[in-house]
Design a protein around this ligand. Structure first.
Ligand code: GLN
Ligand code: ZN
Length: 744
């Protein structure tokens, strides 16, 4: 049998060395022209497409964007909110991305369950498109020049996903989609004229909870699309399509692309293989088999070949080998990594390596005679609780019994979330220390001086619970990753978070453990300077996991428990060093929620357990604080209560107290610190503003309890601000707390 064909459905768009970020930032600063920016962006595109061509990929999805692929389609379709009227072309494009004078940017939200952020379309039932696909058509022509007409496949974000992810109240998805369909059909016809072999229409919404409700919309939309006469590959990813499978494979398209893998390290994963085993796959369509893991940085473990051979054995022979999701979620090329331990490096597979794997699997699967049935082709990750007994998850006394034995504060106690400004001096010192230009002792002196300043200022303004300010940390996950065994770091493993913001997540490559205390030295130094309590400051197990590249050979749950145990040791050590208040941040708790609601409970269950594993070792007299950044968690309040923290601090000021209202309604009975001002703004909030904010909280009924349990704090850490903003803001915050005390 001839080798199977291969197809990509997305690739890093940032360039092998972050070329696009640099070009965007220089253009935004006014240091380079639009033409210069576009030149770089075309080179980045061309290099990405050539890399896929060179690897021998047969059908190349023409990925590439200046900012975000969803924004591209908002822009092409002319779905422009009114506040941007008058703007045109790239000026309009970047205004929607980043805002313009008098016009705030479009909202961002997580792209399904990934750490990538899309821009959110703003639609109403009367939205009317004014489409112009010139930019896309030009891009496809460029792609055809680079890889040839036979290989160049346009990528189109489907209308149903676009509309379903929009910000709108009471939107009739079907009606808005049908207003867009004629524009899409026009586009498909134009693409047909260009002689493309097929068009990928990306509709990941099919794997989301609303997928099943969208049957009619899908059927009518794709019936219209099929009239354009160009073969369509309906592409889905991030999970299985679930109960929509039987009708999805009947849609009038040439190919359906399915994700066989879902989230790396999920204990009960993606059911695509089961769906095919149970229902078969129609012989008149091609199956785009997403068997190479597009969300994991690890080499294939043999599942890919096993999947494909099993498909062939089942008689599903019209198959292309693909990645399970766009490779935009993994770094570009592992060959750029020169310092990783070789036993890690040899197991890695970044985007360029995934291409090679696809081509190899396509060759080998057709020759292999492996007899693994489809349903068991996926290697399930090992899961162990490592003999953890129940007692390890429960504090010795419940909140109601332990709370009174903890630190004493006035009513409306004041505190902050942890970090203070990362000044140019402290950044410079850290960099020099890293480069070996500064000795450890000198670096330590910088850190100590910073802490002395921070403590002195907090004491002077009358803060109740102090922090050391986190001068020794660049990043709340990286800092712990460096100190823990089992993590390693790349030099160039960037992935796009949004627009020109890229992150370089740590890699978990082995069992996690804590060789030595990680935060005790700084805590002890800061605490010696004051009689007021200084908070110990840790990043929680779930956040560390969710912002890292996890292992695939063991479950995420097991990794979270390993992290929980490591942090547990740190909590105990801080306590031994005299720490009476320990904050364990979990801003990414919600980020790990699976797409499908039926999997929420199992995730929340282990996530909460991991947090408890880390914290319940604390004596009843030690106060455990947690911090969650702004996210609507009204639907996971039970899990938040389940953390069994003494104090919950949340980001709140950009919302109209919704979280406080939800907590009050739930009957949340523990200490609460709802943020009284937005840390993202350089504006110094007034005393009056924050007093009103606090009065607002009290009205929600959250306080039919002790005013000593209502904390006054900013929304989040202050590391991106400057001292000139932070000091007056905190002084005002303390004045606001004092004026409430006077009323109490
Ligand atoms: N303690 C961290 C800080 O203040 C919390 C950061 C966060 O919530 N993202 O920076
Ligand atoms: Zn935060």
């Amino acid at each position: 049998m001839a080798p199977l064909k291969t197809s990509t459905i997305g690739f890093p768009r940032i360039g092998p060395n972050r070329e696009l970020k640099k070009a965007l930032e220089s253009h935004w600063k006014g240091d380079s022209s639009l033409d210069q920016l576009l030149e770089v962006s075309k080179t980045v595109e061309r290099d990405a497409w050539s890399a896929q061509d060179d690897a021998g990929v047969d059908l190349i999805g023409l990925d590439g964007t200046l900012y975000d692929q969803i924004l591209d389609f908002i822009f092409y379709l002319g779905l422009v909110p009114e506040r941007f009227q008058g703007l045109k072309g790239y000026e309009l494009y970047f205004a929607m991305a980043r805002g313009a004078p008098g016009a705030t940017a479009l909202d961002m939200s997580k792209f399904f369950d990934t750490n990538y952020h899309q821009l959110v379309p703003e639609l109403s039932s009367s939205s009317t498109p004014k489409a112009d696909f010139t930019y896309l058509i030009e891009k496809v022509k460029r792609g055809q020049e680079v890889v040839g007409k036979a290989k160049a496949v346009p990528i189109v974000i489907g209308p149903i996903t676009l509309v379903s992810t929009a910000k709108a109240t009471k939107l009739d998805v079907g009606a808005v989609v049908s207003s867009l369909v004629p524009e899409y059909v026009q586009l498909l016809k134009q693409l047909k004229e260009l002689g493309v072999p097929e068009v990928q229409v990306h509709e990941p919404i099919l794997v989301a909870p609303e997928g099943p409700e969208l049957q009619k919309v899908f059927e009518s939309t794709f019936a219209e699309f099929s009239k354009a006469g160009v073969p369509i590959n309906l592409v889905t990813y991030f999970d299985d399509v679930g109960e929509t499978y039987p009708w999805v494979v009947k849609l009038p398209v040439a190919a359906v692309s399915l994700d066989f893998l879902g989230v790396p390290g999920a204990a009960s994963g993606c059911a695509t293989a089961q769906l095919i085993a149970e229902h078969g796959f129609p012989s008149d369509k091609r199956l785009g088999a997403g068997v190479i893991d597009g969300r994991s940085i690890w080499k294939d473990d043999g599942s890919a070949t096993a999947f494909v051979s099993a498909l062939l054995a089942k008689g599903v022979t019209n198959v292309t080998v693909q990645t399970s999701a766009s490779l935009q979620l993994v770094p570009y090329d592992k060959q750029a990594e020169k310092q990783l331990p070789s036993e890690v490096h040899s197991r890695l597979s970044f985007a360029v390596q995934k291409l090679e794997e696809m081509v190899t699997v396509a060759k080998e699967a057709s020759a292999s005679s492996s007899k693994v049935p489809l349903e068991s082709a996926l290697k399930t990750p090992g899961d162990s609780q490592a003999g953890l007994d129940k007692g390890l998850f429960t504090r010795s006394k419940p909140y109601a019994e332990r709370r009174d034995s903890q630190i004493k504060t006035p009513a409306f106690p004041t505190t902050t979330i942890g970090s203070f400004p990362q000044t140019p001096e402290i950044r410079r010192a850290r960099l020099q220390f890293k480069k070996g230009q500064l000795s450890e002792a000198e670096y330590e002196r910088h850190v100590n001086e910073y802490m002395e300043f921070a403590i002195r200022e907090q004491e002077a303004m009358g803060m109740d619970v102090l922090v050391h300010g986190e001068p020794e940390r660049t990043d709340m996950v990286e800092y712990f990753g460096v100190k823990l065994d089992g993590f390693c770091f790349t030099e160039n493993g960037w992935v796009q978070s949004y627009g020109s913001r890229y992150v370089r997540p740590p890699i978990i490559h082995a069992d996690i453990s804590r060789p030595a205390a990680m935060t005790v030295k700084e805590f002890a130094y800061a605490q010696k300077l004051t009689k007021k309590p200084v908070k110990g400051m840790l990043t929680g197990p779930v956040t560390i996991l969710n912002w890292s590249f996890p292992r695939k050979d063991i479950t995420r749950r097991t990794q979270a428990f390993q992290l929980g145990l490591a942090l547990r040791g740190e909590v105990a050590d801080l306590e031994k060093a005299g720490c009476a208040v320990i904050q364990v941040d979990e801003p990414a708790l919600r980020e790990g929620l699976p797409l499908k609601k039926e999997r929420w409970n199992s995730y929340l269950d282990w996530a909460v357990q991991a947090f408890r594993l880390a914290t319940v070792v604390a004596a009843p007299t030690t106060q455990i604080v947690t911090h969650l950044c702004y996210s609507e968690f009204a639907d996971i309040l039970q899990a938040i209560d389940g953390l069994d923290a003494d104090v919950l601090t949340i980001e709140n000021s950009r919302s109209g107290d919704e979280m406080v209202v939800a907590l009050a309604k739930y009957g949340y009975g523990r200490d609460l610190g709802a943020g009284v001002y937005d840390v993202h703004s350089p504006v110094v909030p007034s005393v009056e503003f924050m007093t009103n904010k606090l009065r607002g909280f009290l009205k929600t009924g959250i306080l039919d309890k002790n005013a000593e349990h209502i904390w006054v704090n900013p929304d989040c850490g202050l590391k991106t601000r400057e001292w000139q903003q932070v000091l007056p803001a905190l002084k005002n915050m303390i004045s606001a707390a004092k004026s409430l005390r006077a009323e109490a």
